[in-house]
Design a protein. Structure first.
Length: 361
């Protein structure tokens, strides 16, 4: 089982190569779902997406997460295992041991543990634990995470409330980060105060050196990558930073995101030119995100928006979602075309055009 190694205390640990990538910081796209017009899996284009992300330089993939559509678990679709397996096959074909394989798990404890066990059998390194569980309080979420953490290493997830995430305070994140299996946390509350609460909770756990912080704040990617958080820990004052991103935003413009992360590292090492360049790009990224993620309509078109940009680039055939009620908002396609043309350095059009035929072969 490629993604799992047993520790003496039965706490699962990451493969050394995956652990190194995660700690250094990487671009980890949240993988979309390619469907045909009759809403069945389009395997050819699903594989093409994975090939695009890997060729673009992504350091990992997150599969079976919100961007992949939670409905893949529904019995009438039964796509959770096939979709995870396809991505695993493509990652196997690259033989790049540094790529971090992350599977999303959802549902109550029994479901989440079963999904983690499946992910482990397919060679995944870790699981991103969705906090969206009906009727679960903080204690139930923590108990569930501990159970899942007996199967695979865990990436925590602060999901924004607009799409069903709960409000999670500093004490929650302190207790969550204290779970030995936790190796990273994705902050995606789309709220600066709640992001700070997460970082302070991780610091208070005493495990900050063992946990990589990843931004999922699609509306504040550059700000997060350029921020230093001055926080207290059991060992005294600490400075923590986001080392990378696990993002639906980076399901598009992935090669550009790899360049952006590299420039952010250079900027934080003292390169004033890189810092200024990123400051100029930050608002452009928000403009792209606003078009793709549809916040003006309460994120109704968030998944279809990712599909639409990929459709305009030829990677997807349409914007179909498993839920027929999900789709683009009025005018969203035009907005996406506007930002795609306005910011060529952020969208990968030329890169995709050069390689699309090979990815679809």
């Amino acid at each position: 089982m490629r993604g799992y190694a047993a520790h003496a205390s039965t706490v699962p640990v990451l493969r050394a190569e995956a652990a190194a990538t995660l700690a250094q910081g990487a671009v980890i796209p949240a993988h979309p779902l390619a469907l045909t017009a009759d809403r069945t899996l389009d395997e050819r284009r699903q594989r093409a997406l994975t090939r695009y992300y890997l060729d673009a330089g992504a350091g990992g993939l997150a599969v079976g997460v919100h961007t992949t559509q939670f409905e893949i678990r529904d019995p009438e679709h039964a796509l959770f295992e096939p979709v995870l397996a396809l991505a695993a096959e493509e990652m196997d074909a690259r033989a790049d041991s540094g790529v971090v394989r992350i599977a999303g798990v959802a549902g109550d404890t029994a479901q989440a543990v079963a999904e983690a066990e499946l992910a482990r059998s397919l060679g995944y390194d870790a699981v991103l634990v969705s906090p969206r569980v009906a009727g679960a309080d903080d204690r139930a979420l923590l108990d569930r995470a501990r159970a899942v953490g007996e199967v695979l290493p865990i990436v925590g997830f602060y999901l924004q409330t607009a799409i069903g995430g709960p409000v999670l305070d500093r004490q929650f994140w302190r207790e969550f980060a204290a779970i030995p299996a936790v190796v990273a946390v994705k902050a995606a509350p789309f709220d600066r105060y709640r992001t700070l609460e997460l970082v302070r909770g991780v610091a208070a756990s005493g495990r900050a050196d063992e946990i990589a912080l990843y931004t999922g704040n699609d509306d504040a990617i550059v700000a997060d990558l350029l921020s230093e958080f001055h926080v207290e820990s059991p060992d005294g004052p600490r400075t923590l930073r986001f080392v990378g991103g696990l993002l639906g935003q980076w399901a598009v413009g992935t090669k550009a995101a790899v360049d952006l992360l590299a420039r952010a590292r250079t900027a934080m090492e003292g390169d004033a030119v890189a810092y200024r360049e990123l400051g100029l790009v930050a608002s452009d990224m928000v403009d792209v995100n606003q078009a793709v993620f549809d916040p003006g309509n309460d994120f109704h078109g968030v998944i279809a928006g990712v599909h639409e940009l990929l459709r305009q680039q030829g990677l997807l055939e349409g914007t179909w979602c498993l839920d027929p009620a999900e789709g683009l908002s009025p005018g969203q396609a035009e907005e996406i075309r506007r930002v795609r043309l306005a910011y060529p350095d952020l969208n990968d059009d030329a890169f995709i055009a050069e390689h699309l035929e090979a990815w679809l072969a």
